[in-house]
Every structure is written in structure tokens, then in C-alpha cells.
Ligand binder design. Structure first.
Ligand code: UN1
Length: 487
């Protein structure tokens, strides 16, 4: 079936109607598969005002009750897992397995957030004054703006929205203009959950669709207390200062340039599988994609030869076909940027449209030029090292700091890699690849990756404000620091 026909079926199954000026093209064949109405700046600012009004109500709803809404969203996602995943495949070009994985990630974060809705805890702190109690509470923050990229068109909204809702914050979502249909489908599911929930305030969950101007309107709104943005470092560089200017908060998840060290003791069978998934999976378009392989010189020849074989054999094709491991790049611009980084890029002809490429391996002896930039395409640069310290230096010697990993069976090396003097990335793994993180951990990275953390662990704190309370239950008014003042 053509992507356009399949999209029509899936959209009606998912309860998405309507059309408009913003067209969506499937990377599978480059054809239009649907459209949505584009939001105007006035609509964006209205959504922000409504969000603020919703905030004033939602912050008073007990957190476990807020969790109930997230539970209902999770149920809708479970029921619609298959069609939503298929729509992700049509619109983002991911293979079916990865589309299913992405929706599973949404379900997982919903489950996580439901539990979290009963665990938004603060501290009780010893006061230096008699008959005083000091506590820390976490309160809802305000409206959260969420800007997401095409490569995880639905999961990243869920990471943010599930936490924001239980934390007491309304969410306004600006999805990538390349993936408006999956966003519309998610909003239709959320709408059903809202109906079942009953009395959630209007304006709690909104989506604004469009390109740069829509994003800018959101970023510029003083109603947005937290702006969570996923995308390129260039985007973060534009967004971060604008939000900071009005003392808003931002949570940035920007470019990665992720490396894996393969040490002499590594289990090479495991390493090969991890490299294949991390470097070629999602056609190299994850922010956690493996871009640099740092291999010990004693094993490099053999490993590179096997990887070349694997990469040459990997099935590139229609992401809907069962045997396909590498689907299309998102569009022609992505193909052009791959060609710019690697002029020998091999285009694979599949049908009449779409940009399909074979993953490439490029051996280098220094990290310079394109190696230092994040090209969103399956190009794996291979470097050799001699001393372990040199490998760690190479891992860290880029401006990005998202994900990293080491394959070794030497526990000293493994431990060294995850110490403060080891990998400087937000994610440092041992004997697994750089991509495919679980939602239970905090997700994000350092340096030009932006420093934000989403998803698990205590990432929820970004969506709340801290209130420090000192409470006097005595009959005197002792001052802190022993100060004597007054009569
Ligand atoms: C992204 O590419 O923006 O760790 C997110 C991973 C996924 C998330 C990637 N769980 O690869």
C-alpha cells in the first residue's frame, strides 16, 4: 500500500481528522501523506494564555489525581500502540520495530509518572533555632513549552508531558514541522484521556503546529515558565538566551557526537551488535547515534573488516518491510548534509522517491573537520588508540557531551570510564551501545548538548519550583546567626 493510503487509514483509526496548509511528506517515497492546519502567532499566544489559566486550576489538583490523567493517557497509548507506531514509521521513516519501541517509551514514562505522582517529595532540614522547623516543598512551576524534533516525533513529548502533568504544569507542544501527523494523533489520544478524566481544565494540553515562527512565538511568550527543547545545538543557541533574557527556565537537549571505546579485552560479538544498532539504527538520526568508534590498535583491523562486511550487508529499504534495518533519511536536505560530510555516500534506489543510504565507515587519524560536528546520518568514524588514557581524551575531545560507551572486560577500565575523570558525557555506558537509553535514568548531556535532563531519576524537579519554609512554633523570635536586634 502507498504510504499516503496507509496514512489515511491509520489517521482515521486514530481519530484524527482535518487538514490544512502544513503538509507532511513520508520519507519512504517523498509523497504527501496528509496535512494539518498551521497555527498563527495569535493562536500560539492564546494557547499560552489558556495554559496559564489552566495552570491556576491544575496546580490545586492533588498530584495523585493528576497522575490519574497520565494513567489514562498511558492506557490510550497501550491500546493504540500499533497504529501510532505505524504512523511514526510512515512519517519519520523508522523501521517498525523502532516505531513500536518509541511508543513503548511513551507508555513506560506514563507508568513512571503515575508512580511519581505519589512521590514528589521534599526534605525536612534541621533548623539552628529552637522550636523551628525547616522544610523544602516542590510546587507546580507553570506552563511548559515543549519543542521536539522529527527523529523522536512522539516519545519526547511524552517524556516531558507525563512529568509536567503530574508536577502540575500545562503543556504546549510544538512538534517538528516534518512530523505534524504523529503529533495530531497523540493529541487525539490525549483528548480521549481528558474526556475520560472529566474535569481537567481547558488548555491543559495543547499542540501548536508550524515552522520556525510558531516555535519563536512559543519561546518568546512570558507565559512559558519552562521551555524544553530538543534539536540541534544551533537551535539551542537561539532559544536558550531568549528564554534566559526573561529569566525563564530552559531544558535543552541538543546535539551529540557520541563515541564508543573498544578495548582489547572486549567481547567483540557483543560490540559488533551494539555498534550496528547504535551507528546504523534509525538511519543514524538519533541524538544518541554512535558517530565515533575509538578502537585499540591491536584489534582494529579485524573489527573494522567485520564492520565493513556488516554495513555492506545490512538491509536498507522500506522501513515497513520486516527485513529492513535501515530506513530512509528524513529528506533531501539530510541526504545533502550526509554527502557534504562524506562525498562517497552511496545512495540506494528504493522505488521512485525517498533518500536511502548505505551506512558508511570512515577511518580517520585525527578528529578534525566534519568529525567534530553532528551530521544526522549513518557515518561512523573510526579512530585507533594505543593507551587507555588517550582513548578517554579522544572520547572527551569534542564540544558535545551526550552519550558514550566502552566495551571492555577489564573492570579497571570499565570503572575508570565512569568516574569523574572518565567520560565527560551525561550518559556513560559499559558493554552496551550509546543509544537506546531506558526512561528510568536521567537523559541528557553536557557541554554543547545543553545540560538538561529529561525522563527518569529526579528530572521531575525541572518542572517544579522549590519553596523553602522555616516555621516557628515557639513563643520567641530568635534570629538566625545569633543576631540580637531590637528591644
Ligand atoms: C533522541 O534522539 O532525541 O536513548 C532521543 C535513545 C532514545 C532516545 C533518543 N531512548 O536512543
Amino acid at each position: 500500500m502507498s504510504p499516503a493510503n496507509e496514512a489515511r487509514e491509520l489517521l482515521s483509526q486514530l481519530g484524527v481528522g482535518g487538514s490544512g496548509g502544513l503538509e507532511s511528506r513520508s520519507p519512504i517515497d517523498g509523497q504527501v501523506i496528509g496535512s494539518v492546519a498551521e497555527s498563527t502567532s495569535t493562536e500560539v499566544s492564546k494557547a499560552c494564555e489558556r495554559g496559564q489559566a489552566a495552570f491556576l486550576q491544575w496546580r490545586n489538583v492533588p498530584a495523585p489525581r493528576r497522575g490519574e490523567l497520565v494513567r489514562l493517557i498511558g492506557e490510550e497509548l497501550r491500546a493504540a500502540k500499533e497504529p501510532l507506531a505505524r504512523l511514526v514509521t510512515l512519517e519519520a521513516g523508522k523501521i517498525v520495530q523502532e516505531g513500536l519501541g518509541e511508543v513503548q517509551e511513551m507508555i513506560d514514562i506514563c507508568d513512571y509518572a503515575v508512580g511519581l505522582s505519589r512521590q514528589l517529595y521534599g526534605l525536612s532540614i534541621a533548623s539552628e533555632r529552637p522550636n523551628h522547623r525547616m522544610i523544602e516543598q516542590w510546587h507546580p512551576l507553570g506552563v511548559v513549552g515543549v519543542i521536539t524534533a522529527f527523529n523522536f516525533p512522539v516519545a519526547v513529548w511524552a517524556w516531558n508531558a507525563a512529568l509536567a502533568i503530574v508536577c502540575g504544569d500545562p503543556v504546549i507542544w510544538k512538534p517538528s514541522e516534518k512530523t505534524p501527523l504523529t503529533a495530531a494523533a497523540v493529541m487525539a489520544l490525549a483528548e480521549r484521556a481528558l474526556q475520560k478524566f472529566g474535569d481537567a481544565p481547558d488548555g491543559l494540553l495543547r499542540c501548536v503546529q508550524g515552522g520556525r515562527e510558531v516555535g519563536e512565538a512559543l519561546v518568546g511568550s512570558h507565559r512559558i515558565a519552562l521551555l524544553s527543547a530538543t534539536g540541534s545545538t544551533a537551535m539551542g543557541r537561539a532559544v536558550g538566551p531568549r528564554v534566559a533574557e526573561r529569566f525563564g527556565r530552559s531544558l535543552l537537549e541538543l546535539g551529540g557526537n557520541n563515541a564508543m571505546i573498544v578495548a582489547p579485552s572486549a567481547d567483540l560479538k557483543l560490540a559488533e551488535r551494539a555498534i550496528l544498532f547504535s551507528a546504523a539504527g534509525t538511519a543514524g538520526q538519533r541524538c544518541t547515534t554512535l558517530r565515533r568508534l575509538i578502537v585499540h590498535e591491536s584489534i582494529a583491523d579485524g573489527l573494522v573488516a567485520r564492520l565493513r562486511e556488516l554495513f555492506a550487508r545490512v538491509n536498507v529499504g522500506d522501513p515497513r518491510d520486516r527485513g529492513t534495518l535501515v530506513g530512509p533519511l528524513i529528506d533531501e536536505a539530510a541526504f545533502e548534509s550526509m554527502r557534504q560530510a562524506y562525498p562517497e555516500t552511496e545512495q540506494v534506489k528504493i522505488g521512485d522517491g525517498g533518500f536511502y543510504v548505505r551506512p558508511a565507515i570512515v577511518e580517520i587519524d585525527r578528529q578534525q573537520g566534519m568529525v567534530r560536528q553532528e551530521t544526522f546520518a549513518p557515518i561512523l568514524y573510526v579512530l585507533r588508540y594505543r593507551e587507555f588514557e588517550e582513548a578517554i581524551d579522544l572520547n572527551n575531545d569534542v564540544v558535545q557531551g551526550l552519550s558514550s560507551s566502552i566495551f571492555t572486560n577489564d573492570m579497571k577500565e570499565a570503572e575508570r570510564f565512569v568516574t569523574a575523570a572518565g567520560s565527560d558525557c551525561g550518559i556513560a555506558n559499559v558493554n552496551i551501545g550509546t543509544s537506546g537509553a531506558e526512561i528510568g535514568g536521567a537523559f541528557g548531556g553536557e557541554k554543547e548538548t545543553g545540560g538538561g535532563r529529561e525522563s527518569g531519576s529526579d528530572s521531575w524537579r525541572a518542572y517544579m519550583r522549590r519553596s523553602t519554609n522555616t516555621i516557628n512554633y515557639g513563643n520567641d523570635l530568635p534570629l538566625a546567626q545569633g543576631i540580637e536586634f531590637g528591644v
